[in-house]
Design a binder for this molecule. Sequence first.
Ligand code: NDP
Ligand code: OXD
Length: 311
Amino acid sequence: MHIAFCCTDTKAEPWLQGLQAALPGATVQLWSPGAALADYAVVWAPPQAFFDEQTALRGVFNIGAGVDALVKLRLPDATQAPVVRLDDAGMSVQMAEYVCHAVIRHFREFDAYEADVARQEWSYRKPRRRSDFPVGIMGLGVLGERVSRALAQFDFPVRGWSRSAKTVPGVQCFSGLAGLNDFLAATRVLVCLLPLTPDTESIMRKETLERLLPGAYIINVARGAHLVDDDLMALIDSGHIAGATLDVFRVEPLPAGHPFWAHSKITVTPHTSARTLRDESIAQIAGKIQALHRGAPIASLAGVVDLKKGY
Ligand code: NDP
Ligand code: OXD
């Protein structure tokens, strides 16, 4: 079995060693133009040339949850070579930590306390009511569902929005475009955990953000292109939105001088809310390659991407 590794922005050597250790019978190689045909590919944002040359693939494994960079490419026929995304692999607990931290920091006004303490000022703020801070999660998939459960543990009212109808214990669920307005109308903290597709691009724009409860707070941990930057800034200026925690941006790294960097009401982190964990990811991918190689049906694998839906 031959495996080609082609991942931009990724240190290849530890992945190559890890994949080789997990699949001792295989030949695992870093792809370069003109390389031999492989049976399986392990990729992150590969160039089109990779798929143009690799015409014998039987599976494409993405070392992330989001496949927005991948589905823009001309891919092999998915019935011969399914595209498989990471299915949690240690990401959902990180995402739950990150989002709970951001929600609690905002709700408990820890930034204001920090400023008081910097002035050596001992002062209390009036406790806020959780019922005034319903958290709405857009995307109730692998990550959104885990985040919704974690927030419910802190007794926040939790609402969720997905494409198909869902039932998640402790979460008020909405679905489809028909459910979007009702979902937004009673949401105070909006968390984006949608995949980036033509349907979800710029979903957080003036018209949708204005529908949120006054004093809303935005947490974007999905993709930068879900948010219209200028609309967020204008709604913060108008007072309708209290602030935002942003982990993802239209251009990454966030360019020097971008207004988000220094905005007092915006917290920026460098696309780090849920990192790809190498050991967990290698174990998951190696297991799926072995299953496919033994002839397991594609449908039996978790995380197979539906290329029509784009996620
Ligand atoms: P999933 O595919 O498991 O879940 C996606 C969810 O979004 C599903 O509930 C789906 O609905 C819903 N959805 C998709 N399209 C629409 C739509 N048009 N309208 C309403 N709901 C929609 O993805 P994950 O939870 O694993 O990951 C979500 C995203 O998080 C990734 O695509 C990636 O972009 C981002 N991510 C960011 C990371 C970071 O470090 N910042 C790390 C990892 C991921 P349904 O259930 O009906 O299909
Ligand atoms: C992912 C990411 O999609 O890290 O996995 O953003």
